[in-house]
Design a protein around this ligand. Sequence first.
Ligand code: NAD
Length: 488
Amino acid sequence: MSAQRSDHLHDIVVVGGGPGGYAVAFRAAARGLDVALVEEAEVGGTCLHRGCIPSKSILHVAEVLEELHRAEVLGLKLTFDGIDGEGLDAFRRGVIDGLHKGLEFLVGKRTTLHRGRGRLVRSDDGTIEVEVTPADGGEVTTVRGRHTVLATGSTPRTIPGIDIDGEVVQTSDQALWFTQPPERAVVIGAGAIGMEFASMWHPMGSHVTVVEALDRVLPLEDEASSTALAKAYRRRGIDVRTSAKVLGVTVEQGVAHLDIEVDGAAQRLEADRVLVAIGRGPNTADTGAAELGVLDERGFVVTDDLGATAVDGLWAVGDVRPTLALAHAAFAEGFVVADRIAGEDTPAVDHVHTPRVTYCHPEVASVGLTEAEAREQHGDDAVAVTTYSLKANAKGIIAGSDGFVKVVHLAGVVPTGAPGAVPSPGGPVLGVHLVGPHATDLIGEATLATAWEAVPAELAAITHAHPSLYEAMGEAFQAAAGLPFHGH
Ligand code: NAD
């Protein structure tokens, strides 16, 4: 049966209504373009429905519990009587539903929404069209645009030979919906998802073991952040096993038995819940992208820095590209593609200066280069590192944190020769690494500092409120400029 073909030619047809897709659509609409959005499920994608938003809702609950467990230190007599599963679910759903309603309203106002599964096809005249198959088996329609953007996101990766039964062995898609925490949980993979789940379950009473193949948790972060986080987890009683290989998982009567190998030695674990959190892969199967020849061997869409594929008029944004799999990276990529289609000169997304945030307890956030990357790129002598402990910060002490601000910067600025120019002990900030309360918010100032290539002396001159957590950043910049205040 041939598809019902509309004569209308949109400026852009976007396939996928997650953060990447709706960022393209909303920016394009703001620039006066006519946009169609094709979505097979709910607008909002993984972030809103199966990722960032439900997980951050539950992590907020976990954070409240972390404070409750500290009640004695705070001089409070509080007891924890357990979790009201229905209440927890209502809170989580309420957050998602509220945001979803707002997003649907904006999508309805700014785009023509086609509900169904989109597939890219090449028309007889060589242009790209999108065939839309409604989930209810209704009539297939063809939507056409001058430009087409693929933004179909990603799905959790699994381990060959390990059966995801959805009950005992789960990916984050299933694990997010718990109403009571598992008694014993094993988390496979110490990336953002694994570390966040460990932080959700542990304060709720689960015994959590984290199994990571590499030699440190959050392996993409600066080594100091990985070390501090592993230490904080272990101190709280989370069992962190690094350099650990999962050999197999069997499930008997609701209990998982895991065979793992740690530094060559065989170990056995038992769990009521196993979370497989070893990364996500592009959701490009059955999208028509393979037939158009725009995928690499791993299924990612090959694009230039701006998001354009080798096929004229076809673009891609978000997790289908092999860039950072983060909602805010997808937003940024979406804005660039929409701007470029609108004829603007917007530069490509600067992924080095895109903040990375993990909502574990304590939180971890960073932007720019790690110390190791900076030393590799600039040479050991050119790089300086200043670390400011939250133990010297009043709000850090009140929050019970021993996190830090680590500033990686060039070692010094050679005087320009201009009258009055003096050597500065601190050259441009290359990277900032944070561990501690609200690190995921505090990274904002660091993002400006690195993106604008500010030098510590300039940043040190900016007044920070006292007492505040973010003054730790100001003090770190002061120390990096050779002017330490409370730190040493
Ligand atoms: P990830 O790639 O961040 O981490 C996966 C971890 O699993 C790595 O440390 C890897 O070494 C380890 N691993 C891989 N195979 C393994 C095996 N067989 N046994 C043990 N360990 C193994 O992936 P993720 O945590 O699943 O997250 C997926 C994507 O979603 C990432 O790009 C992540 O950045 C993003 N995400 C971001 C946030 C956030 O920004 N807060 C939250 C969740 C997810």
